[in-house]
Each structure stands twice: as structure tokens, then as C-alpha cells.
Design a binder for this molecule. Structure first.
Ligand code: DON
Length: 567
């Protein structure tokens, strides 16, 4: 801990005074004054901090954290999946990267439908056909080439060690394995990796992954080529061919990670940079916040019916647009005006401040019977480096343990389920989507991942993102609303209960204890349907920069088992 840091802490405590019973409001999150890493696993956070201590920038640390999560968070961390990264260089330049999975070249629009045209249950979720061509390794290589300052191999080495020596099974890991044990046992490849003794490894034991260690070593030595053209590509293509999967060596060789234009917009004096298509995150968040900017939200108390109503109506309208308009920009004709700042403002014109608008009246073309289920896994990490560079990155294999299919010690995604399996039919997150997200060969399924960096007065103010399927966008948006409109610290905003509306199903989803009965009654009178969720969704990993003292505050969502730490 630096002298400056200690001095400021002493000063702040002194100025609070012994007579003041009030703690500083920033007491609670991790506090540092030079660098901060927040990820869903303590081992990965420490790996990132080590890289920063060795002089690496935020992207160096992000690559190391990404690979460490592939070992220590097998349900979501990955080399067999994809993701997005928002990078803000030390000089302020912002870049966004897309390493989302692609549909196989042999994919067809109706590949998950039976002869009668109905979705075959589970086909886009479990097994070899659910897998999109993985993008993570290409993505890490691209951001390394563009921004990396430390050798590629050195950034993967910590992950190799964690796979070889094993990581300690903590209660969160155990719960994730135990909770999914029935599915895992059905797939011998998955069980061999996760249940080496036949059962979920006990808390406190070490989970070693020798096959994954070998694969990571190949990637460390051979770079992305070994994954997309070499030995690992052979293993993936052979397993696919033997089991009715569609991914070939041609799919792998053709995969490209891409830089995409960021979605950048202003919200009440803050400049927000987030991910554009093929993620829907940035634009949908922009449309929600632009609608809310037409109200003085802070006039209505936090989580009052008047505030929740306005937020929900904005969410409903933004998701309606998302579900109709958005898809992979290399394929879908996204109307140019939808990208422009101000598109969301117009959506607010139809908001009735007293009554809920039925979703059937907004984008009625999406209206259909919906069978939603609960979301499972993905992971986000946030980093600020001593040089001032920052990264927000969200990565996934979609469902927990993806398709449950494994090759060379790692799990393959089931990202194809994010595409429109059939227009008007809900996916695993209850999202009812349109033709813009229909399956085409080589097309990226639309994502909701929303890695985000926020500036104020030209400096980084917040870095954040979360898992949570379709709730990702509303979780990130609400944390920002709670901080910007309601004056919460980012840690307070992270801890606050969240609500969600996604156009269809037409109801407000509420976290346990998220709204008082009084508020529920008022909202019901206004025409809303309310559903309390069985559990929590989203694990937001946040960093706030305190301009007054130069502190960095990190908060790993209390809903998860991660670690915020810095120096
Ligand atoms: O890309 C997406 O939007 C989804 N595949 C994310 C899945 C997810 O967050 C599951 N987790 N909780």
C-alpha cells in the first residue's frame, strides 16, 4: 500500500471525526490507488494483478485473466466460447473487439426444427449441433497483437499452472458442480473433467485439469494457429465429424476476431462506451437511457412505483427494438438510424406515465406464446492498470458448461441457442427474436453482453459488466442509473436489488426482496404483471474511480463468489 494511499485514508478517517458515527460511503468495496482487477474468481483476479505488477497494461492483464478463468471457472470461462472486450487505452482511445462464435458454414435457418417446423427440444442447447465456432482464442490473439506489451506465452503461463497444479474448490465452484451434477453425469467427457473421482470434488480439494493444461501449453507455444489450423483444430473437427456436429477445419480456419465500432453516447454528463452488434448490449442500453433522459428520474424515489414504471417502460420499448432490428451486422440490415444517438429518445414519446403499455402494442410482430427458463452462466471482468488503461470484458460459453461437449480438456459453447431458432419462439432466456437474428452460415448469433466503460470529464469513471443472459443489459443499465441518477456509489448500486423487463414475456422480473408489497400493488394497478424470481441473476463486476482522492473502488457482486482487489 502506498504512502499516498495511507495518508488519504488517515485524513478521511480524521475528517469523519470520532463524533461522527458515519462511515465514509466508500468503505466497503476494495480500495486501491493504482490498479484494480475484479473478476468472478479470486485466482483469476490475482493472476491479473500479478501481470499489472510486472508492468503489463490492462489488456495484458485481461488476456491472463481470460485464460485463468478458462481453468478456474469451467462453467463460463473458456477457450471454447467467445466474448467481447471494450478497451480504453491510457491515451483515451477506445476500441471494442468481437470474438463472438459464428454459426458453422453448414448451418441452416431451420436446423433446430423438426419436419413439422417445430423446435426440437434441447437440440440448440445440448450436444455437438449446439456449438458455434469458438472465437475466444482468436480474440485474445487480436487484442494482444493490437495492445499487448508482455509476451503472449507469459500471459497464458499462470493458467497452465492453475490447470496443472489444480485450483482449490471453493463453495461457489462446488455449488455450481453439484447443482449441475445431473446434466454433467450424462456426458462422459464433461464428467471426466469435472468429477475426476466420480462425484463433485469436495470443498477444499484441488481440481486438476491435465488435458486442459496440455491444450493451453499448445496455445501458449503455437499461438492461435494451433487452435484454428493445427492440432486443436483437428481434434475439434474430428470430434464434430464423429458425432454429427457441423464445425469443420474450414470453419475454424475461416474464423476471424474483429474490431467493431463502439457504441458511444452521453447520459447526464457521462460518456458511455459499450459493445455494438453482434452484441445488442450497447445499443439497447443506449435506447433505454435515452428514453429515461426525457424524465427527471431522480425526482421519483429509488424503487418507487413511479421510478420503476418509467424504467420498465423504457426497457420494454428498447428490447422490442432489439428483438426485431438487431443481428450480426455482417448479415443483418440494421437501419442506420438505430445506431444514431437520439433513436431512443423518440421511443419515449409513447410512454404513458400512469399506465403500462402492453408489449403486444409495441412491436406486435414479436408477440407469441413464450416458454422462458432461467439463465445460467457467463462471466465478466473489469480492470484498471497503473498506466490508466482499462478493460471491460464479458465472455461466455452461453449455458453453464456450454453444450457439455468437450474436446482436448475444454468445454464447447452452445451459443447457437442465442440465434432465432424460429421467429416468435422464445430462446432459453425467454427472448423472442426476429429474422435479423435468424441462422445463416458463418453468422454470429446476437448477444446481450454489455461490457462498458464510462467516462466523466474525459476520465474513466466506471468499468463494469455482468453475466445473466437477457438480463445483462438491464443489470448494467440499472447499476448506472442507480449511480448516476440516484447518487449511489458503484458498490451500493451493485448491491442494490434489480428489476428486469425484456418486452416479452410481458412482465417485470424482480429479484428476491427487490420491491416492497406497496410498490408491487401500485405497479399492478398501473397494469404491470410482476414476477419475483426464484434466485438472483447477474454478477456485476465493477470499478469506480473516485476523482476526489484518486482511489479505485472495486466491487465483485455479492451475488457471486469473485474477488475485487488492487494495489
Ligand atoms: O451472449 C449472450 O447474451 C448469452 N449467451 C449470455 C449467456 C449468459 O449470460 C448466461 N448467464 N448467466
Amino acid at each position: 500500500m502506498s504512502h499516498r494511499f495511507l495518508a488519504i485514508v488517515v485524513l478521511c478517517l480524521a475528517s469523519a471525526g470520532p463524533a461522527s458515527a458515519q462511515q465514509p460511503r466508500w468503505w466497503g468495496p476494495a480500495v486501491a490507488d493504482s490498479a484494480m482487477v475484479v473478476s468472478a474468481k479470486s485466482e483469476a483476479t490475482r493472476v491479473g494483478l500479478d501481470v499489472l505488477r510486472r508492468g503489463g497494461n490492462a489488456v495484458d492483464a485481461a488476456i491472463a485473466v481470460h485464460f485463468a478463468l478458462a481453468v478456474t471457472l469451467p462453467s463460463a470461462g473458456n477457450i471454447g466460447g467467445g466474448g467481447f472486450m471494450v478497451v480504453r487505452q491510457a491515451d483515451g482511445a477506445v476500441h471494442t473487439y468481437d470474438y463472438r462464435e459464428r454459426a458453422p458454414l453448414a448451418a441452416t435457418e431451420d436446423m433446430y426444427l423438426d419436419a413439422a417446423g417445430d423446435p426440437v427440444e434441447g437440440l440448440s442447447w445440448y450436444g455437438w449441433k449446439a456449438v458455434g465456432t469458438p472465437g475466444s482464442v482468436a480474440g485474445m490473439a487480436l487484442v494482444h497483437e493490437r495492445h499487448g506489451s508482455l509476451p503472449w506465452r507469459d500471459l497464458i503461463e499462470p493458467a497452465i499452472r492453475l490447470a496443472e497444479e489444480g485450483f482449490v474448490v471453493d463453495p461457489h465452484t462446488w455449488a455450481s458442480l453439484e447443482g449441475d451434477a445431473t446434466d454433467i453425469r450424462q456426458f462422459p467427457g464433461a464428467a471426466a473433467i469435472l468429477f475426476p473421482g466420480g462425484n463433485p470434488p469436495p470443498i477444499g480439494s484441488r481440481l486438476r485439469q491435465p488435458a486442459l493444461a496440455r491444450t493451453l501449453r499448445l496455445i501458449a507455444d503455437g499461438g492461435p494457429d494451433v487452435f484454428y489450423r493445427g492440432e486443436i483444430a483437428d481434434s475439434i473437427a474430428n470430434a464434430m465429424a464423429a458425432n454429427g456436429g457441423l464445425i469443420t477445419k474450414q470453419d475454424l480456419a475461416a474464423y476471424e476476431a474483429k474490431e467493431r465500432p463502439p457504441v458511444t453516447f452521453d447520459y447526464r454528463g457521462h460518456r458511455i462506451h459499450s459493445m455494438g452488434p453482434p452484441s445488442s448490449g450497447g445499443l439497447t442500453m443506449m435506447w433505454i437511457l435515452e428514453q429515461l433522459e426525457t424524465f427527471d428520474l431522480s425526482k421519483y424515489p429509488f424503487h418507487s412505483a413511479a421510478s420503476v414504471h418509467r424504467i420498465v417502460e423504457a426497457m420494454r420499448r428498447a428490447y422490442g427494438e432489439r428483438n426485431v432490428l438487431l443481428g450480426d451486422p455482417d448479415f443483418a440490415d440494421i437501419p442506420p438510424e438505430a445506431w444514431r444517438e437520439g433513436y431512443g429518445t423518440a421511443l419515449a414519446a409513447t410512454i404513458d406515465t400512469l399506465l403500462a403499455t402492453p408489449s403486444a402494442e409495441i412491436r406486435p410482430e414479436l408477440f407469441a406464446a413464450v416458454v422462458p427458463t432461467e439463465s445460467t452462466e457467463t462471466t465478466h471482468f473489469s480492470i484498471i492498470a497503473p498506466d490508466g488503461s482499462a478493460v471491460a470484458s464479458t465472455t461466455t460459453i452461453n449455458g453453464g458448461f456450454g453444450s457439455y461437449m468437450t474436446v482436448a480438456g475444454f468445454f464447447l459453447n452452445n451459443e447457437m441457442d442465442d440465434a432465432t431458432i424460429k421467429p416468435g419462439v422464445a430462446n432459453a432466456y425467454g427472448l423472442v427474436q426476429g429474422r435479423a437474428n435468424a441462422i445463416e452460415p458463418g453468422k454470429r448469433p446476437l448477444s446481450a453482453m454489455t461490457p462498458t466503460i464510462v467516462e466523466k470529464d474525459g476520465r474513466v469513471k466506471y468499468v463494469l459488466g455482468t453475466p445473466g443472459g437477457s438480463t445483462i443489459i438491464t443489470s448494467v443499465t440499472q447499476v448506472l442509473i442507480d449511480a448516476i441518477d440516484y447518487g449511489m456509489t458503484l458498490a451500493e448500486a451493485n448491491d442494490a436489488k434489480r428489476i428486469h423487463h425484456q418486452h416479452l414475456p410481458d412482465r417485470i422480473e424482480v429479484e428476491p426482496f427487490g420491491l416492497s408489497q406497496d410498490t408491487v400493488d401500485r405497479l399492478t394497478t398501473m397494469g404491470h404483471t410482476i414476477r419475483f424470481r426464484g434466485g438472483y441473476s447477474g454478477r456485476v463486476e465493477t470499478i469506480e474511480v473516485d476523482f476526489e482522492h484518486g482511489f479505485l473502488f472495486g466491487r465483485s457482486d455479492l451475488r457471486g463468489g469473485g474477488l475485487a482487489d488492487g494495489f
